[in-house]
Design a protein around this ligand. Sequence first.
Ligand SMILES: NC(=O)c1ccc[n+]([C@@H]2O[C@H](COP(=O)([O-])OP(=O)(O)OC[C@H]3O[C@@H](n4cnc5c(N)ncnc54)[C@H](OP(=O)(O)O)[C@@H]3O)[C@@H](O)[C@H]2O)c1
Length: 324
Amino acid sequence: MRLTDVLDTVLDRSVVLGYTWIGPALRQHWWPENPAPGSMSGKHVLVTGATSGLGKATAAGLARLGADVYVLGHNREHIERAMVELESDVPRGRFHAEQCDLSNLADVRRFCEDFAARVPELSTLIHNAGTMSHERRETDEGHEFTLATMVLGPHLMTSLLRGPMAAAPDGASVLFMSSGGMYTAALRDDDPEYREDAYSGPKAYARVKRMQVVLAQMWAQRLAPDGITVESMHPGWVDTRGVARYLPKFRAITLPFMRNVEEGADTMIWLAVARPRAGAQSASGQFWHDRRARPTSYGRDRDQDLEKRRRLWDYVAAATGTDD
Ligand SMILES: NC(=O)c1ccc[n+]([C@@H]2O[C@H](COP(=O)([O-])OP(=O)(O)OC[C@H]3O[C@@H](n4cnc5c(N)ncnc54)[C@H](OP(=O)(O)O)[C@@H]3O)[C@@H](O)[C@H]2O)c1
């Protein structure tokens, strides 16, 4: 093992050093090379939750590399503001405004049907939109709100945009912005809608982020025959509006060490360009941070029980009416 591998692992296991700006400040000295200019030219990329924070930084980074970027948000005013900011940040960027409420499955269906008709080849689908709620809330369709936004909506979108991704000439990838918070949660297939356990916003968020990582692995197997890779990642601790709104105490303590959005979005942009497992013999479906695949559990295994995984998949497939 090289010394840099040891150092990288020490940063990761220490959490505080790896997740803050110290992580990329050190790792950039040994991580894989930066994407080449123009490496996303001619590619079409859909980024959800691209109206602020990590999604907006990802959209800007991929547009700088030449991609046509579809900037998806759910609030018209936020979308318009983000478009103005992105076009000013990347004057030659090719941005397209898209509106869809990911927590609403009917709206996801409406959006995907329209999008697939307009964009026949999709190289990258980035599931970045995220939210938290301190009380248990249900959508009009009867689903727990964070599950609907971060698992059910993205699952349905992945299924409905499979055609345009399979048609992308050099293969495609689906990328999930999960969270290091998922390490605190085991996979729960028994109460996915959080109806039985006493609700806690951070716990519900961590459970849903764990589900994203597991579903990414399961999608990776299913989409491999279509040349589509699927990966998940976590960005570390990044100063965004979402953190300020939902975790103000955490932000107050960690602020001097938090990453900026470019540092947090770096691995997402790198994954979109490098497609590290494409064509590899082992399947895609790894969990990444700072341009390196990371374990999905430390100590005891938290997500590899095959029965639990199958039950989660079956629940999500039934709730979204998908049969991939
Ligand atoms: N910041 C961190 O330290 C950190 C750490 C780990 C993981 N993450 C993950 O990174 C992702 C981005 O979060 P962020 O920190 O950049 O927060 P953010 O600035 O609040 O971004 C969240 C984005 O998701 C959009 N969104 C929320 N609900 C939506 C819905 N129903 N339909 C469509 N779009 C919706 C938001 O749009 P509006 O603004 O219009 O609501 C916004 O564009 C999330 O998945 C989050 O869980 C962040």
